[in-house]
Design a protein around this ligand. Sequence first.
Ligand SMILES: [Ca+2]
Ligand SMILES: [Ca+2]
Length: 609
Amino acid sequence: MKKTSRLLLTLVALIGFSAGVYALDFKAGEYYFDNSKLHFNNVKMVMGGDDSVVVRDMMPQQSVPWLCSSLSMDVTNLKGFCFINSTIDAGTYYESLDNFLERVAASSANFRQTKVRESIGREPQHLIGWVFCPLNDFEISDGYWRTQDSYNIQPSLTVPLIHINTQDGVTIADKENYIDATFWLDNCGIEGYESMGSEEEPLSIEIKGRGNYTWRESYKKPYKIKFAQKQMPLGLDHSKHFILKPDFMDWSGYLRNETGFEISRQLGMPYTTRQYPVELVLNGEYQGLYFLCEKIRVENGRVDIIEQQDNETNPDNVTGGWLLELGYEDNQVIAQFQGNDPSNSWFAFMAESPEVLSQVQRDYIHDFIFQADSCLFVTDKTDTGWEQYFDINSMARFYVIHEVMENVEAFSGSLFMYKDWGEDQKLKFGPVWDFDNSGFNTTGDHFIFQYDTFFSFLWIEEFLKFPHFQQVVRQVWREFKNNDVLSKINEHAAQWRSLIIAAEDCDKVRWRSYASIHPEEYVTDYLNLIARKVAWLDEQWSVPVGDVNCDGHVNSVDVTVLYSYLLGDDDSSSYRYTCDVDGDGHISSVDITAIYNILLNGNPALPSN
Ligand SMILES: [Ca+2]
Ligand SMILES: [Ca+2]
């Protein structure tokens, strides 16, 4: 380092950035700028406070296409930093960062700026040794950061390895347009999984981006892939359509989504997305741990309902099948309204299937949702009109899954619903999909809609005002308890962790900026949180022994319900968890005697089932 620049830095360090107090520091050390996407001619690193700005030259490195620089002293109390393409001299400038950038932009013909993620500047950060990697070739682009090691990281080869090469190596730039690519899957010798294609003979696919928040905010991107023919990669469901999920927001050792899926399976939801961990190499570059996942679609083996034609105009054919999503996008919006809280944002219902809607289709589903909604908001909560529209059993199961998972986003977005063909077919909730926002800042002793979050909750508070809904929720809860779903979740989590742990280590090197926020103890914390939540829910939802129908009381109605069950008149599967009143493992006439005993004596000696 030249003497003059060291002097400048010393000066800066002494003067500091006195006007504001910020917690963004550059520690003395090496820094790198990955110039491979932007091709700046003159890279300057710019670090600024309220009234002074330090500019450093970034020097080309010989072996790799990056430029690097080193700081000999800490530069602290920064308001922000960025990289610019400019011939301006290195040094210190006594003005605000904004002024400086504006001035240089106005006077410099080739000025381009790459902002690094603003969130770096918002939270306390003590940066050292980072490689800053602007990703997009825009005038002003976002950036992210890596470590030098991450450029040489190799896959763990402990999970199947997927190679995808886009045609001509083009970047997957958006969520709208599929681009052509090739695909091969190496099973890495793992038993039970078949390789697909090879480097010499890859399969043709199309690939594009997907997701809302994760597409926008993450550099580890989610992708949608489409095979030319139906495939069963890794034994997943036979289809052309799959998703590669990065799950970058899952700070709990990638347990959130898989645990939610597992509860859904344990509670017997008709279809739960299956996924398998893989490592991804995209255009020759290791992208870390991904999850190859079935896409939620109307299809045999997925949402298995009658498929409705696009642009159908015959009113007899538009009662189903509908696959709807409550989401944040504005394409294909079929109904939109505010929840019961006027401060809520608007809820938008979108049609996933069919994809192209005629006016007849649009009118039908719009009216259906609005009528369902108005039936829900009746004053008399013993009214059963709403049950003509909503399938109470699927709703209760869906709700219990998300309540256990502490998923505060459950009734806000990424919420799937479907309706089969036929006037008598009701709206069903599911399949479950996104648990990224579960278990955040929670203590496990509230219902999800009681947490103070920025999410709004569609319908769920209103559902719970209906005693019948409460009753079905308690039945589902008996099932959860009797099948010991909590133990099964923990077992499944342990298996899942051991499956991914080596690949996750590689992923942490590749994605330093994300890995730093999910240390191993978060896994334990997360599982403990679920255990606490289950214990708390049990206090809310458990029913007395003998309360066969789960309405909170033991009375003659329970005798009638049990009697019907024994006669086979009532096949409501949930009752079987409360019908065994004496807890001997069988449902028989002895249980009727047991209820009578409770009614007569309040028999306290009966074992709890
Ligand atoms: Ca009862
Ligand atoms: Ca019994």
